[in-house]
Structures are given as C-alpha cells and as structure tokens.
Write a protein that binds this ligand. Structure first.
Ligand SMILES: Cc1cc2nc3c(=O)[nH]c(=O)nc-3n(C[C@H](O)[C@H](O)[C@H](O)COP(=O)(O)O)c2cc1C
Length: 187
C-alpha cells in the first residue's frame, strides 16, 4: 500500500531545500524514463530534456537565470540537478491543434511528462520543484537553444533537506468537481 500511486501523489510536495548529496545517473535516468513514457497529443512526444548535473555548469546556469526579478528562485540553483524541459515547436499536429482547437498541446504534453518525472522521483525518495520563474532569454542563450524549441519549465531535483506534511492546501473536492454539468459555485 505504501507505494501505491495515490500514496506517492499525496506525499509529493515541492521541495526547495536539498542535501548536497549528488544523485546517481541511474536514478535520474529512471525519472526521465518515466517522463519519456508519458502520453502526448497524436503521440508526437514534443518533450526534450537537458539534464544539468555537472556542478560547475549547473551553478553557472543558475547564476544567470535566477537573478533580478527571478532571485526568489535561487533555491533551485542549490539542487544538485536541474532539468530543463523543452518542447519542439515545429510539429505539424501541434500547429493544427492550435489552429483548430486553440490549444497549445505541447504545454499539456510537457506538463504530463514533467509530472511523471516528479512522481517517479518521489517514489525514489527524491524531491523536485517545478520552476516556471526563471529568465527564459538567459536560459536559451546559456544553453544555445536553437529556434524551434521552447523552454517550457525547469525542474530542480535532489534529496530533500526539508520535511513537508502531505498535500498543500487545495480547493475542496466540491469546488472543483462538477458531475453532469457546470455548477455556478466558482467564487
Ligand atoms: C508549472 C509550475 C511552475 C512552478 N513554478 C515555481 C517556481 O518558479 N518557484 C517555486 O518556488 N515554485 C514553483 N512551482 C511550485 C508550486 O508553487 C507548488 O506546486 C504549489 O504551491 C503547490 O505546492 P506543492 O507542490 O508542495 O503541493 C511551480 C509549479 C508548477 C506546476
């Protein structure tokens, strides 16, 4: 029961303090394998992952992208691993999806893959934090990302150095779940 998917989901919290201990490539790869197996619209698998686990390189990256208004995210630079989550943009199915449905499916796809990664990390005793608050221009420049790719998010990864209670405050079930039609209870 301990490791049921629901227990893993309930125990995952954003971790913002990490031990200095490095993370074995084997474990990082298992998290990325979980991400690789995620579903995607039309199975286009638009995700790409750049793993920064070289301490010197990762620190230089963090110094660039977590400055100025992005300083509140400096904690992520202390994680032993930062994963840069990219989407390929030149995928026909995604362009059609945007034109007809008005939805950028690559955001959904990378979101699912990223959460697979986070939940697999949780199962391995690792902590993660999604990082949307970083300097995207400096990140692109530092990593020499060519046109046709978008950095959707970063994710910090490492052994937690903080204890967190399960499940951050969430909206009540009734507020977010409506059976059989829209309910006007959204305040
Ligand atoms: C797409 C996305 C971007 C996020 N960006 C940041 C961020 O830049 N900095 C940060 O401290 N937390 C970030 N978070 C973490 C959220 O603040 C966190 O998931 C939320 O407060 C719920 O807390 P929990 O993850 O501990 O359950 C992000 C989460 C998501 C899903």
């Amino acid at each position: 029961m301990e490791n049921s998917i629901f227990e893993i989901i309930k125990s995952r919290r954003s971790i913002r303090k990490y031990k200095e201990k490095s993370v074995d490539r084997e474990k990082i790869d298992k998290c990325l394998e979980a991400a690789r197996l995620a579903p995607s619209a039309e199975n286009v698998q638009p995700w790409r992952f750049i793993v920064l686990d070289d301490p010197e390189l990762k620190n230089r990256f963090a110094e660039k992208v977590f400055t100025g208004i992005y300083s509140p995210t400096k904690f992520a630079g202390k994680a032993p691993v930062i994963i840069v989550m990219l989407a390929r943009l030149d995928i026909l199915a995604n362009r059609i999806g945007k034109q007809i449905q008005g939805i950028h499916y690559y955001f959904i796809d990378v979101g699912i893959a990223g959460e697979h990664l986070a939940l697999q990390a949780q199962e391995l005793g690792l902590g993660t934090c999604w990082i949307g608050w970083f300097n995207p221009r400096k990140a692109r420049k530092f990593l020499k990302i060519p046109k046709g790719y978008k950095i959707v998010s970063l994710m910090s990864l490492g052994y937690p150095a903080e204890e967190k209670s399960t499940v951050e405050k969430r909206h009540t079930f009734d507020k977010v779940v409506w059976y059989n039609g829209f309910k006007r209870n959204d305040k």
